[in-house]
Design a protein around this ligand. Structure first.
Ligand code: PMP
Length: 416
Protein backbone atom coordinates (compact mmCIF):
# COMPACT_ATOMS: atom_id res chain seq x y z
CA UNK A 1 0.00 0.00 0.00
CA UNK A 2 1.12 3.49 -0.73
CA UNK A 3 -0.23 6.47 1.11
CA UNK A 4 -3.69 5.87 2.42
CA UNK A 5 -5.87 5.28 -0.59
CA UNK A 6 -9.09 3.37 -0.22
CA UNK A 7 -8.93 2.51 -3.91
CA UNK A 8 -6.23 -0.03 -3.09
CA UNK A 9 -8.60 -2.45 -1.48
CA UNK A 10 -11.88 -1.41 -3.08
CA UNK A 11 -13.17 -3.57 -5.92
CA UNK A 12 -10.09 -5.75 -6.32
CA UNK A 13 -10.93 -8.03 -9.25
CA UNK A 14 -11.47 -11.67 -8.30
CA UNK A 15 -11.26 -11.01 -4.56
CA UNK A 16 -13.97 -12.82 -2.66
CA UNK A 17 -15.25 -11.51 0.66
CA UNK A 18 -12.50 -13.12 2.75
CA UNK A 19 -9.73 -11.91 0.46
CA UNK A 20 -11.23 -8.41 0.48
CA UNK A 21 -11.37 -8.48 4.27
CA UNK A 22 -7.71 -9.61 4.39
CA UNK A 23 -6.68 -6.78 2.07
CA UNK A 24 -8.61 -4.35 4.21
CA UNK A 25 -6.86 -5.62 7.36
CA UNK A 26 -3.51 -4.96 5.69
CA UNK A 27 -4.69 -1.48 4.84
CA UNK A 28 -5.78 -0.63 8.40
CA UNK A 29 -2.55 -2.12 9.79
CA UNK A 30 -0.61 0.05 7.37
CA UNK A 31 -2.57 3.07 8.57
CA UNK A 32 -1.70 2.33 12.21
CA UNK A 33 1.93 1.42 11.68
CA UNK A 34 2.72 4.41 9.52
CA UNK A 35 1.26 6.86 11.97
CA UNK A 36 -1.67 7.78 9.81
CA UNK A 37 -4.93 8.02 11.56
CA UNK A 38 -6.09 4.78 13.03
CA UNK A 39 -9.85 4.94 12.86
CA UNK A 40 -10.53 2.87 15.95
CA UNK A 41 -10.72 4.52 19.32
CA UNK A 42 -12.02 3.20 22.56
CA UNK A 43 -13.68 5.87 24.62
CA UNK A 44 -14.69 5.73 28.24
CA UNK A 45 -17.36 8.15 29.33
CA UNK A 46 -19.71 10.48 27.49
CA UNK A 47 -19.26 14.11 28.33
CA UNK A 48 -16.84 17.01 27.87
CA UNK A 49 -13.99 14.97 29.38
CA UNK A 50 -13.42 11.32 28.41
CA UNK A 51 -10.71 8.68 28.56
CA UNK A 52 -9.45 7.73 25.08
CA UNK A 53 -7.38 4.77 23.97
CA UNK A 54 -5.95 4.06 20.53
CA UNK A 55 -3.19 1.97 18.98
CA UNK A 56 -0.42 4.57 19.04
CA UNK A 57 -0.93 5.45 22.72
CA UNK A 58 0.52 3.20 25.40
CA UNK A 59 -2.12 4.09 27.96
CA UNK A 60 -5.49 5.68 27.77
CA UNK A 61 -5.46 9.40 28.40
CA UNK A 62 -7.89 12.00 29.56
CA UNK A 63 -9.06 14.26 26.76
CA UNK A 64 -11.48 17.06 26.10
CA UNK A 65 -14.01 15.41 23.86
CA UNK A 66 -15.16 17.12 20.68
CA UNK A 67 -16.67 14.00 19.14
CA UNK A 68 -20.03 13.64 20.83
CA UNK A 69 -23.51 14.50 19.57
CA UNK A 70 -24.70 14.47 23.17
CA UNK A 71 -25.10 18.23 22.71
CA UNK A 72 -26.88 18.98 25.98
CA UNK A 73 -25.05 16.20 27.82
CA UNK A 74 -28.39 14.68 28.81
CA UNK A 75 -26.73 11.23 28.86
CA UNK A 76 -25.38 12.35 32.24
CA UNK A 77 -28.36 14.35 33.51
CA UNK A 78 -29.38 12.94 36.93
CA UNK A 79 -33.10 13.25 36.20
CA UNK A 80 -32.76 11.48 32.84
CA UNK A 81 -30.68 8.70 34.41
CA UNK A 82 -33.19 8.33 37.22
CA UNK A 83 -36.12 8.02 34.82
CA UNK A 84 -34.18 5.45 32.74
CA UNK A 85 -33.46 3.40 35.88
CA UNK A 86 -37.10 3.61 36.93
CA UNK A 87 -38.11 2.34 33.48
CA UNK A 88 -35.84 -0.66 33.86
CA UNK A 89 -36.97 -1.37 37.42
CA UNK A 90 -40.61 -1.22 36.37
CA UNK A 91 -40.51 -3.01 33.02
CA UNK A 92 -37.18 -4.90 32.80
CA UNK A 93 -34.27 -4.54 30.40
CA UNK A 94 -35.71 -5.34 26.99
CA UNK A 95 -38.72 -4.89 24.72
CA UNK A 96 -38.85 -8.62 24.00
CA UNK A 97 -40.31 -8.44 20.49
CA UNK A 98 -40.76 -6.20 17.49
CA UNK A 99 -43.42 -3.51 17.91
CA UNK A 100 -46.13 -5.09 15.75
CA UNK A 101 -46.01 -8.46 17.49
CA UNK A 102 -45.85 -7.71 21.20
CA UNK A 103 -42.93 -5.31 21.62
CA UNK A 104 -44.91 -2.06 21.71
CA UNK A 105 -45.05 -1.20 25.39
CA UNK A 106 -46.62 1.40 27.61
CA UNK A 107 -43.37 3.40 27.74
CA UNK A 108 -43.30 3.51 23.92
CA UNK A 109 -46.86 4.83 23.88
CA UNK A 110 -45.96 7.51 26.42
CA UNK A 111 -42.81 8.43 24.54
CA UNK A 112 -44.73 8.76 21.28
CA UNK A 113 -47.42 10.88 22.98
CA UNK A 114 -44.73 13.16 24.41
CA UNK A 115 -43.12 13.52 20.98
CA UNK A 116 -46.46 14.41 19.37
CA UNK A 117 -47.12 16.96 22.11
CA UNK A 118 -43.57 18.36 21.76
CA UNK A 119 -44.25 19.11 18.08
CA UNK A 120 -47.75 20.41 18.84
CA UNK A 121 -49.43 17.56 16.97
CA UNK A 122 -52.41 15.38 17.93
CA UNK A 123 -51.92 11.98 19.57
CA UNK A 124 -51.04 9.31 17.02
CA UNK A 125 -48.70 11.61 15.06
CA UNK A 126 -45.44 9.95 16.16
CA UNK A 127 -43.77 6.59 15.89
CA UNK A 128 -40.55 5.47 17.57
CA UNK A 129 -37.83 3.40 15.86
CA UNK A 130 -34.78 1.66 17.30
CA UNK A 131 -32.39 4.23 15.80
CA UNK A 132 -32.54 7.42 13.78
CA UNK A 133 -30.95 5.42 10.99
CA UNK A 134 -33.84 2.95 10.81
CA UNK A 135 -36.41 5.73 11.21
CA UNK A 136 -35.18 7.10 7.88
CA UNK A 137 -34.40 3.92 6.03
CA UNK A 138 -37.48 1.93 7.07
CA UNK A 139 -39.86 4.86 6.57
CA UNK A 140 -38.62 5.65 3.07
CA UNK A 141 -38.61 1.99 2.06
CA UNK A 142 -42.21 1.74 3.17
CA UNK A 143 -43.46 4.94 1.59
CA UNK A 144 -41.73 5.14 -1.79
CA UNK A 145 -42.09 2.57 -4.56
CA UNK A 146 -41.11 2.34 -8.21
CA UNK A 147 -43.85 4.75 -9.37
CA UNK A 148 -42.53 7.42 -6.98
CA UNK A 149 -39.53 9.71 -6.81
CA UNK A 150 -37.29 10.94 -4.01
CA UNK A 151 -35.59 14.27 -4.69
CA UNK A 152 -32.71 14.55 -2.24
CA UNK A 153 -30.06 17.07 -1.34
CA UNK A 154 -26.77 15.36 -2.20
CA UNK A 155 -25.52 15.74 1.37
CA UNK A 156 -28.37 14.00 3.17
CA UNK A 157 -27.44 11.35 5.69
CA UNK A 158 -26.54 7.80 4.59
CA UNK A 159 -29.70 6.43 6.23
CA UNK A 160 -31.83 8.36 3.73
CA UNK A 161 -30.00 6.81 0.79
CA UNK A 162 -30.45 3.39 2.39
CA UNK A 163 -34.20 3.84 2.20
CA UNK A 164 -34.31 4.62 -1.51
CA UNK A 165 -33.59 1.20 -3.03
CA UNK A 166 -37.15 0.64 -4.21
CA UNK A 167 -37.73 4.00 -5.80
CA UNK A 168 -36.44 6.57 -8.26
CA UNK A 169 -33.95 9.09 -6.93
CA UNK A 170 -32.90 12.51 -8.17
CA UNK A 171 -30.06 14.18 -6.31
CA UNK A 172 -29.57 17.94 -6.35
CA UNK A 173 -26.34 19.77 -5.38
CA UNK A 174 -26.34 20.83 -1.76
CA UNK A 175 -28.80 23.64 -0.99
CA UNK A 176 -28.99 24.64 -4.68
CA UNK A 177 -32.46 25.97 -5.38
CA UNK A 178 -31.87 26.18 -9.14
CA UNK A 179 -31.08 22.47 -9.28
CA UNK A 180 -33.91 21.53 -6.95
CA UNK A 181 -36.37 23.41 -9.13
CA UNK A 182 -34.99 21.69 -12.23
CA UNK A 183 -35.44 18.29 -10.59
CA UNK A 184 -39.00 19.17 -9.54
CA UNK A 185 -39.91 20.32 -13.04
CA UNK A 186 -38.42 17.18 -14.49
CA UNK A 187 -40.29 14.92 -12.05
CA UNK A 188 -43.59 16.81 -12.29
CA UNK A 189 -45.70 14.61 -14.53
CA UNK A 190 -43.62 11.47 -14.35
CA UNK A 191 -44.12 10.18 -10.84
CA UNK A 192 -46.95 9.44 -8.44
CA UNK A 193 -45.39 10.75 -5.20
CA UNK A 194 -42.62 13.35 -5.28
CA UNK A 195 -40.89 13.58 -1.91
CA UNK A 196 -38.14 16.13 -1.35
CA UNK A 197 -35.79 14.99 1.43
CA UNK A 198 -33.37 17.26 3.23
CA UNK A 199 -31.49 17.35 6.52
CA UNK A 200 -32.13 20.23 8.91
CA UNK A 201 -28.47 20.51 9.91
CA UNK A 202 -25.95 18.82 7.61
CA UNK A 203 -23.74 16.54 9.63
CA UNK A 204 -20.33 17.25 8.09
CA UNK A 205 -20.47 21.02 7.51
CA UNK A 206 -22.93 21.93 10.27
CA UNK A 207 -24.85 24.23 7.93
CA UNK A 208 -28.64 24.48 7.72
CA UNK A 209 -31.02 23.75 4.84
CA UNK A 210 -32.65 26.68 3.03
CA UNK A 211 -35.90 25.26 4.28
CA UNK A 212 -38.20 28.19 3.53
CA UNK A 213 -37.19 28.31 -0.13
CA UNK A 214 -37.32 24.53 -0.39
CA UNK A 215 -40.80 24.40 1.09
CA UNK A 216 -42.00 27.06 -1.37
CA UNK A 217 -40.68 25.05 -4.30
CA UNK A 218 -42.37 21.90 -2.96
CA UNK A 219 -45.67 23.78 -2.79
CA UNK A 220 -45.23 25.16 -6.30
CA UNK A 221 -44.60 21.75 -7.85
CA UNK A 222 -46.86 19.56 -5.72
CA UNK A 223 -44.14 17.71 -3.82
CA UNK A 224 -44.06 16.63 -0.18
CA UNK A 225 -41.21 17.63 2.14
CA UNK A 226 -39.39 15.39 4.62
CA UNK A 227 -36.80 16.90 6.98
CA UNK A 228 -34.30 14.84 8.96
CA UNK A 229 -33.48 17.19 11.81
CA UNK A 230 -31.26 14.81 13.78
CA UNK A 231 -28.82 17.57 14.77
CA UNK A 232 -31.33 20.39 15.21
CA UNK A 233 -34.08 18.99 17.43
CA UNK A 234 -33.52 19.87 21.10
CA UNK A 235 -30.76 22.31 20.20
CA UNK A 236 -31.92 24.90 17.67
CA UNK A 237 -34.96 27.17 17.53
CA UNK A 238 -36.24 29.34 20.35
CA UNK A 239 -37.97 26.38 22.00
CA UNK A 240 -35.59 23.67 20.87
CA UNK A 241 -37.92 22.30 18.20
CA UNK A 242 -35.06 22.45 15.71
CA UNK A 243 -34.45 23.99 12.30
CA UNK A 244 -38.10 23.59 11.37
CA UNK A 245 -39.00 25.95 14.21
CA UNK A 246 -36.45 28.49 12.97
CA UNK A 247 -38.30 28.61 9.65
CA UNK A 248 -41.72 28.49 11.30
CA UNK A 249 -42.65 25.39 9.30
CA UNK A 250 -43.71 23.00 12.05
CA UNK A 251 -47.27 22.90 10.68
CA UNK A 252 -46.14 22.55 7.10
CA UNK A 253 -43.37 19.94 6.79
CA UNK A 254 -45.06 16.62 5.91
CA UNK A 255 -42.58 14.25 7.55
CA UNK A 256 -40.23 15.15 10.40
CA UNK A 257 -37.55 12.64 11.21
CA UNK A 258 -35.38 12.82 14.30
CA UNK A 259 -33.06 10.89 16.51
CA UNK A 260 -33.19 10.22 20.23
CA UNK A 261 -29.43 9.68 20.37
CA UNK A 262 -28.13 13.24 20.13
CA UNK A 263 -29.66 16.15 22.09
CA UNK A 264 -32.01 13.75 23.88
CA UNK A 265 -29.15 11.64 25.13
CA UNK A 266 -30.29 8.07 24.58
CA UNK A 267 -30.85 5.82 21.54
CA UNK A 268 -33.66 5.60 19.03
CA UNK A 269 -35.30 7.56 16.27
CA UNK A 270 -38.76 8.83 15.41
CA UNK A 271 -41.03 10.05 12.67
CA UNK A 272 -43.68 12.74 13.18
CA UNK A 273 -46.30 13.02 10.44
CA UNK A 274 -50.06 12.73 9.93
CA UNK A 275 -51.76 10.00 12.00
CA UNK A 276 -52.54 8.19 8.72
CA UNK A 277 -48.89 8.05 7.66
CA UNK A 278 -47.92 6.93 11.18
CA UNK A 279 -50.57 4.20 11.15
CA UNK A 280 -49.26 3.01 7.75
CA UNK A 281 -45.69 2.86 9.09
CA UNK A 282 -46.78 0.76 12.09
CA UNK A 283 -47.73 -2.01 9.67
CA UNK A 284 -45.52 -1.36 6.67
CA UNK A 285 -42.12 -0.19 7.96
CA UNK A 286 -40.11 -3.40 8.06
CA UNK A 287 -38.30 -2.49 11.25
CA UNK A 288 -41.67 -2.24 13.07
CA UNK A 289 -42.51 -5.76 11.95
CA UNK A 290 -39.22 -7.64 12.03
CA UNK A 291 -36.97 -5.97 14.60
CA UNK A 292 -37.19 -5.38 18.34
CA UNK A 293 -37.25 -1.83 19.54
CA UNK A 294 -35.98 0.32 22.38
CA UNK A 295 -35.59 -0.97 25.92
CA UNK A 296 -37.47 0.41 28.94
CA UNK A 297 -34.47 2.66 29.62
CA UNK A 298 -36.20 4.77 26.94
CA UNK A 299 -38.30 5.99 29.86
CA UNK A 300 -35.42 8.43 30.41
CA UNK A 301 -36.34 10.04 27.09
CA UNK A 302 -39.70 11.14 28.41
CA UNK A 303 -37.83 13.18 31.03
CA UNK A 304 -35.29 14.42 28.47
CA UNK A 305 -38.09 15.75 26.25
CA UNK A 306 -39.61 17.56 29.24
CA UNK A 307 -36.22 19.06 30.12
CA UNK A 308 -36.02 20.81 26.73
CA UNK A 309 -38.82 23.05 28.07
CA UNK A 310 -37.96 22.92 31.77
CA UNK A 311 -34.23 23.68 31.49
CA UNK A 312 -33.67 25.93 28.45
CA UNK A 313 -30.40 27.18 29.95
CA UNK A 314 -28.60 24.15 28.44
CA UNK A 315 -29.51 25.43 24.97
CA UNK A 316 -28.37 28.92 25.88
CA UNK A 317 -25.04 27.62 27.20
CA UNK A 318 -24.48 25.57 24.06
CA UNK A 319 -25.18 28.61 21.87
CA UNK A 320 -22.69 30.66 23.93
CA UNK A 321 -20.06 27.94 23.57
CA UNK A 322 -20.59 27.81 19.80
CA UNK A 323 -20.11 31.57 19.42
CA UNK A 324 -17.06 31.61 21.66
CA UNK A 325 -15.36 28.67 19.96
CA UNK A 326 -16.13 29.82 16.41
CA UNK A 327 -14.78 33.29 17.15
CA UNK A 328 -11.60 31.76 18.56
CA UNK A 329 -11.03 29.63 15.45
CA UNK A 330 -11.82 32.52 13.11
CA UNK A 331 -9.37 34.76 14.98
CA UNK A 332 -6.68 32.24 13.96
CA UNK A 333 -7.87 32.50 10.37
CA UNK A 334 -8.89 28.85 10.27
CA UNK A 335 -11.46 27.74 7.73
CA UNK A 336 -14.66 26.66 9.51
CA UNK A 337 -16.83 26.69 6.38
CA UNK A 338 -20.49 27.62 6.61
CA UNK A 339 -21.43 26.10 9.96
CA UNK A 340 -24.52 27.40 11.78
CA UNK A 341 -24.69 24.77 14.50
CA UNK A 342 -22.75 22.86 17.18
CA UNK A 343 -20.90 20.96 14.44
CA UNK A 344 -17.84 23.03 13.61
CA UNK A 345 -15.38 21.68 11.04
CA UNK A 346 -11.83 22.92 10.78
CA UNK A 347 -11.22 22.42 7.08
CA UNK A 348 -7.67 21.49 6.21
CA UNK A 349 -7.99 19.83 2.80
CA UNK A 350 -5.10 17.40 2.63
CA UNK A 351 -6.00 14.08 4.33
CA UNK A 352 -2.49 13.29 5.57
CA UNK A 353 -2.03 16.70 7.09
CA UNK A 354 -5.47 16.39 8.67
CA UNK A 355 -4.56 13.02 10.21
CA UNK A 356 -1.36 14.56 11.55
CA UNK A 357 -3.33 17.40 13.14
CA UNK A 358 -5.79 14.96 14.70
CA UNK A 359 -2.92 13.06 16.23
CA UNK A 360 -1.28 16.22 17.55
CA UNK A 361 -4.59 17.27 19.07
CA UNK A 362 -4.92 13.91 20.76
CA UNK A 363 -1.40 14.10 22.13
CA UNK A 364 -2.35 17.46 23.66
CA UNK A 365 -5.49 16.06 25.26
CA UNK A 366 -8.03 17.02 22.59
CA UNK A 367 -10.11 14.27 21.03
CA UNK A 368 -11.64 15.34 17.70
CA UNK A 369 -12.60 13.37 14.61
CA UNK A 370 -10.41 13.24 11.55
CA UNK A 371 -12.82 13.14 8.60
CA UNK A 372 -11.34 12.00 5.30
CA UNK A 373 -12.65 10.35 2.12
CA UNK A 374 -15.13 8.66 1.81
CA UNK A 375 -16.74 10.65 4.67
CA UNK A 376 -16.10 13.79 2.61
CA UNK A 377 -14.63 14.35 -0.86
CA UNK A 378 -10.91 13.65 -1.27
CA UNK A 379 -9.59 17.20 -1.01
CA UNK A 380 -11.96 18.27 1.71
CA UNK A 381 -10.51 16.51 4.75
CA UNK A 382 -11.21 18.22 8.04
CA UNK A 383 -11.12 18.00 11.79
CA UNK A 384 -14.74 17.78 12.82
CA UNK A 385 -15.58 19.19 16.22
CA UNK A 386 -18.90 19.19 17.98
CA UNK A 387 -19.62 21.12 21.11
CA UNK A 388 -21.61 20.38 24.23
CA UNK A 389 -23.41 22.61 26.69
CA UNK A 390 -21.17 21.28 29.46
CA UNK A 391 -17.89 22.33 27.86
CA UNK A 392 -16.49 25.07 30.06
CA UNK A 393 -14.65 28.17 28.90
CA UNK A 394 -11.46 26.54 30.20
CA UNK A 395 -12.06 23.47 28.03
CA UNK A 396 -12.59 25.60 24.95
CA UNK A 397 -9.58 27.82 25.73
CA UNK A 398 -7.42 24.71 25.99
CA UNK A 399 -8.61 23.48 22.60
CA UNK A 400 -8.04 26.90 21.01
CA UNK A 401 -4.55 27.09 22.51
CA UNK A 402 -3.71 23.67 21.10
CA UNK A 403 -4.95 24.69 17.64
CA UNK A 404 -2.84 27.85 17.88
CA UNK A 405 0.20 25.81 18.86
CA UNK A 406 -0.32 23.37 15.95
CA UNK A 407 -0.89 26.23 13.50
CA UNK A 408 2.57 27.54 14.37
CA UNK A 409 4.09 24.22 13.26
CA UNK A 410 1.82 23.32 10.34
CA UNK A 411 0.35 25.88 8.01
CA UNK A 412 -3.33 25.18 8.32
CA UNK A 413 -4.51 28.29 6.52
CA UNK A 414 -2.92 27.71 3.12
CA UNK A 415 -4.24 24.24 2.45
CA UNK A 416 -7.92 24.92 1.79
N1 PMP B 1 -29.59 11.57 10.41
C1 PMP B 1 -28.48 12.33 10.53
C2 PMP B 1 -28.42 13.65 9.82
C3 PMP B 1 -27.42 11.89 11.33
O1 PMP B 1 -26.30 12.63 11.44
C4 PMP B 1 -27.54 10.65 12.00
C5 PMP B 1 -26.43 10.13 12.93
N2 PMP B 1 -25.17 10.37 12.57
C6 PMP B 1 -28.68 9.90 11.82
C7 PMP B 1 -29.69 10.39 11.03
C8 PMP B 1 -28.83 8.55 12.46
O2 PMP B 1 -29.18 8.68 13.80
P1 PMP B 1 -28.88 7.51 14.84
O3 PMP B 1 -27.51 7.69 15.31
O4 PMP B 1 -29.93 7.69 15.90
O5 PMP B 1 -29.06 6.21 14.13
Amino acid sequence: FTKASFKEFENIPNHDMLQSANAFKEFTDYMSENDHMNFRFITEGCGPIVQVKTSFMKNSRECISLVSNDYLNFTQHPKVKQAAIEGIMKYGTGAGASPLIGGHHEYHVQLEDHLSHFFNKPKGSSIVFTTGYTANSATLQALLKEEDCAIVDMEVHASVYEGLNNTNTKRFPHNSMIHLERALVDAQNKFRTKLVIIDGVYSQNGDIAKMDEIYELCEKYGAYLMVDDAHGIGVLGENGRGCIEIFNLLDKVHIISGTLSKALGHIGGFIVSSPEIINYLRYQARQQVFSSTSSPAANGLIKAIALIDEEPHWRTKLAENITYFKNGLLAMNLNIGTTQSAIIPVKIGDPHKTAQVARMLLESGVYANCIVYPGVSKKDARIRTSLMATHTKDHLDHVLNVFEHIAKKIDLTKTR
